[in-house]
Design a binder for this molecule. Structure first.
Ligand code: C5P
Length: 403
């Protein structure tokens, strides 16, 4: 559970987006976090403390004068346990209070008295968001070290369309998970290929493979959570884009190659996870190939696809290159042989057909200095471990934020 042992104060302020916080609370609790709900009076007009107490499993605090705290100092005691305070939804008024250091209710007093980081998730009408006063307050909050998540653009509860709606619950959850990850790749530009490719035979048929894309997507998520600027080039997969990741979809190996070659000059680390088809048919039929009826079978001739990883690794000034190898037998021999042949400093080997589509994986790192096994783990946890291993090895070529 990725939030195991984390203690969050989740503060609700007055806005219709309060309904999303019921779902967010459930996700956070499922992720292993302890969630202390605090609400402003206005928030209780949109969702009840009873609902939030039932979902969080803890008493909800609204009033500064709540006598349930033995020392009557909820604004101090409740923040001291917290690893982070998240204000969601953050109303226009509450952000103004934060920006000006006002503390006229329990939640704003808690924020002023905190000794932990603060995340705010704004939600408001587009005009309220665009108002120069709100924009000044947001700038001030950022300057004060407060992380502002969103808002999104789109249709609003008031019927208008524009900037200001709260980011989706799933995105808020992802951003909170990311907050807890060490920023070991801050400033690094990471390019990742993931999933299978699809090589057409005719307009309706083609050749593909059983790669689900889960490992590549998990690595993209872990790299983004580690602070990297991530460009994900995905073959045909049914997976959601990880939060904070820029995704480009392709079908064929040639398309994947072309995108990768275009992005590589602006890349510090290239992680080739895609199961790229080795061959494609040299002539794709313009029309659907028909059964002849006389028992004769179609024949296809193939040509080799470009090896994307080997091509990048061969460049005069390549990014730090990481390959993956899915082998069904004798991984020890084939892994190191493949690493040398592709000329990459690090190759991650797994028993491919056994892990394709699964949620967990067990891998071995091959590099010039030797072999390191990495124990079986859920692909999300494994991705974090692998990103940490890659970060240790890749040259620190990132932006000015790197120390
Ligand atoms: O040769 P093999 O396909 O086993 O090599 C696997 C590694 O090479 C993976 O990192 C894969 O993404 C990459 N690869 C590639 N282009 C190809 C074939 C494989 O980038 N045409």
């Amino acid at each position: 559970m990725e939030l195991a042992g984390k203690h969050l104060v989740l503060g609700l302020t007055g806005g219709i987006a309060c309904y999303k916080i019921a779902e967010l609370t459930r996700r956070l609790i499922k992720g292993g976090a302890t969630v202390q709900i605090m609400m402003t009076e206005a928030a209780t007009q949109f969702i009840t403390p009873v609902t939030m107490q039932a979902l969080s499993g803890r008493p909800v605090y609204v009033s500064q004068w709540d006598s349930r705290m033995p020392n009557n100092m909820p604004h101090i005691d409740l923040s001291r346990e917290a690893d982070v305070i998240v204000i969601a939804p953050a109303s226009t008024d509450f952000m103004a209070k934060l920006a000006h250091g006002m503390c006229d209710n329990l939640l704003s007093t808690l924020c002023i008295a905190r000794d932990c980081p603060l995340l705010v998730v704004p939600a408001m009408n587009r005009q309220m968001w665009q108002n120069p006063a709100t924009q000044r307050n947001v700038t001030q909050l950022r300057a004060d070290g407060v992380e502002v998540l969103g808002p999104d653009s789109g249709s609003q509860a008031c019927g208008e369309v524009g900037d200001g709606r709260m980011i989706e619950t799933a995105a808020a959850f992802e951003a909170i998970c990311a907050f807890f990850q060490p920023k070991i790749l801050r400033g690094q530009r990471v390019l990742i290929t993931a999933g299978p490719t699809f090589e057409p035979l005719d307009p309706v048929r083609g050749i593909t493979n059983r790669s689900s894309g889960k490992m590549g997507f998990a690595l993209a998520r872990a790299a983004a959570q580690a602070g990297a600027d991530v460009h994900l080039v995905a073959g045909p997969v049914a997976l959601k884009t990880p939060w904070g990741v820029y995704r480009e979809d392709v079908q064929t190996a040639q398309q994947m190659h072309d995108v990768v070659m275009q992005v590589t000059p602006d890349t510090d680390i290239f992680i080739a996870v895609a199961a790229v088809a080795d061959w494609r048919v040299d002539h794709v039929s313009e029309h659907k190939i028909k059964k002849t009826g006389d028992g004769s079978l179609p024949t296809f001739s193939f040509i080799e696809n470009p090896d994307i990883l080997a091509t990048v690794a061969k460049l005069a000034n390549p990014p730090y290159c990481v390959g993956f190898a899915a082998e069904s037998w004798d991984l020890d021999v084939h892994g190191e042989e493949k690493r040398k042949r592709k000329n990459v400093p690090l190759l991650i080997g797994n028993l491919g057909p056994l892990t394709f589509g699964h949620d967990d994986n067990e891998v071995v790192l091959f590099e010039a200095s030797g072999v390191t096994p990495v124990p079986r783990a859920d692909k999300r946890d494994l991705a974090r471990t692998l990103i940490a291993e890659i970060a240790k090895r890749a040259p620190k070529t990132g932006g000015p934020l790197l120390s």
